[in-house]
Write a protein that binds this ligand. Structure first.
Ligand code: ZN
Length: 264
């Protein structure tokens, strides 16, 4: 509405818009926002009682703004939810590493159990950290993939930060090169996030852990020798794999969005 509404229309609008169709009401409102002259007409049309009420509301709002926001109660961080769900799995992962360490120290005829479990031990808490079915954070992942990806990376790093020192101690006590337990561990974590974009992080982590156990751990124990992928010269391959998978996770952040939106 480029022209001014008629005084009759403005007074009908002021009276509640009875008998005026919606499109006209919206046009009048849009015009009033930009036309001081018609707002003055409207102020006359609404009558003194309504004007007094509006003034009262206006004064109340102004006083509220001047006083500033009231004291807000600090929200307590809830230790429930994700943390409560991860803790038992963190304990399981640590227990697994310590058991591998104890076994390796006592049974010398077997290949290094510490190296064999290092890649997959952190995957249990990673799976628990991102269980789609119980986690409201999936909503975040579904709607804001960038924020969701950050949350995913942060939780995964938190798990690695908790499990890493235990692995470091186990690696140090057994005399293995850090590259041989740390890099496979990082590669598998990145792999479960990358694959998680397709099937969900929890399923990806559990699938990779199972696959590694069946394809590498069991044959190594049966054959009583460390697989080639965990021998000294293998670390550049693990490093490359870690970098490639991490890049894939960052590039394919939208996969998680599609997954989050498509599944319950
Ligand atoms: Zn006007």
């Amino acid at each position: 509405m480029n022209t001014h509404p008629t005084p009759v229309l403005i007074s009908r609008y002021a009276a509640g818009g009875a008998g005026v169709d919606d499109a006209t009401v919206w046009a009048v409102e849009a015009h009033l926002e930009s036309c001081a002259a018609c707002r003055a007409l409207l102020a006359d049309a609404v009558g003194p009682a309504t004007r007094d009420l509006l003034d009262l509301v206006g004064d109340g709002i102004a006083a509220g703004i001047a006083a500033g926001p009231g004291p807000t109660r600090r929200r307590r961080l809830r230790p429930t939810g994700v943390t409560a769900r991860i803790l038992p799995w963190l304990a399981t992962a640590v227990g697994l590493i310590l058991a591998a360490l104890a076994f390796e120290q006592t049974v010398r005829s077997l290949p290094s159990l510490v190296l064999l479990v290092a890649p997959v031990a952190p995957l249990l808490p990673v799976a628990a950290a991102w269980s789609r079915r119980t986690d409201p954070a999936w909503e975040l992942m579904a709607t804001v993939p960038r924020r969701g990806l950050w949350l995913l990376l942060r939780r995964t790093l938190a798990v690695l930060a908790a499990v890493g020192p235990v692995l470091a101690v186990a690696g140090w006590l057994t005399g293995h090169s850090p590259a041989l337990w740390l890099l496979p561990c990082l590669a598998f974590a990145a792999g479960s996030l990358a694959l998680g974009g397709l099937v969900g992080v929890d399923r990806a982590a559990i699938g990779l852990a199972t696959g590694w156990s069946v394809a590498v751990v069991l044959p190594s124990l049966a054959g009583r020798r460390l697989p080639a992928v965990l021998e000294g010269g293998s670390w550049p391959g693990w490093a490359l794999l870690t970098v490639a998978l991490t890049a894939l996770v960052l590039v394919r952040a939208a996969d998680h969005r599609r997954l989050g939106a498509g599944r319950i």
